[in-house]
Design a binder for this molecule. Structure first.
Ligand code: ZN
Length: 196
């Protein structure tokens, strides 16, 4: 049987949650059984049923997500992002009408997080099978994002040199992240993207 401390420890493993917050959350959940019961049901259902879209990799209950199967999206334009949150941030600006590929991270040479841990093989196979004329590499303006950008640029160039590659214009401060950029800055970065 697990104890209260096990729950505190488990919650403290979540991003942004320290030991103190984990303890506060634990006592809140114990006190409010209606909320914790509902959370338990949703959490287990989502964890069991959510899978990743076979194309873009976003979390969905379908094999192919709504965005990838949307007829109105431009299937010749691909935007590569690190995480689903980055895709959501770009979607909120409404200034990109193509489809996405989520890498599930970025290359981090220092911590040994190499390209083999990212959805690169899936990307390669999409570049070969689908007909992209333009790829926007929207990695974060961080050392990891830049390393990933250069790596992807080489791959795309060698697989299909005719694809136009672009990256987000500067405007997002170095070390910043797409997820936390304001809508205006991000929209501007998409609209003034640089072709390489
Ligand atoms: Zn999809």
């Amino acid at each position: 049987m697990f104890d209260i401390n096990d729950l505190i420890t488990a919650l403290s493993k979540l991003p942004g949650i320290g030991k103190k917050s984990a303890s506060r959350l634990t006592f809140f959940l114990l006190k409010n059984k209606d909320i914790s019961g509902n959370l338990l049901t949703i959490l287990s259902d989502v964890i069991i049923n959510i899978k990743q879209c076979e194309l873009c990799g976003q979390y969905t209950i379908k094999n192919i997500c709504d965005l990838c199967s949307n007829e109105k999206r431009n299937k010749n334009k691909l935007c590569i992002v690190e995480e689903q949150n980055d895709m959501n941030a770009i979607e909120e600006t409404g200034s990109f009408d193509g489809i996405y590929h989520i890498l599930m991270g970025a290359i981090n040479p220092l911590s040994g997080f190499g390209p083999e841990k990212l959805k690169i093989n899936e990307l390669k196979s999409r570049i070969t099978k689908e007909s992209f004329s333009e790829i926007l590499i929207a990695t974060n303006p961080t050392i990891e994002g830049e390393a990933t950008f250069l790596y992807l640029k080489n791959i795309i160039n060698s697989l299909s040199p005719s694809i136009k590659i672009s990256k987000l214009a500067t405007g997002i401060p170095m070390g910043g992240s797409l997820e936390y950029s304001d809508k205006l800055t991000l929209t501007k970065a998409i609209l003034t993207k640089q072709y390489l």
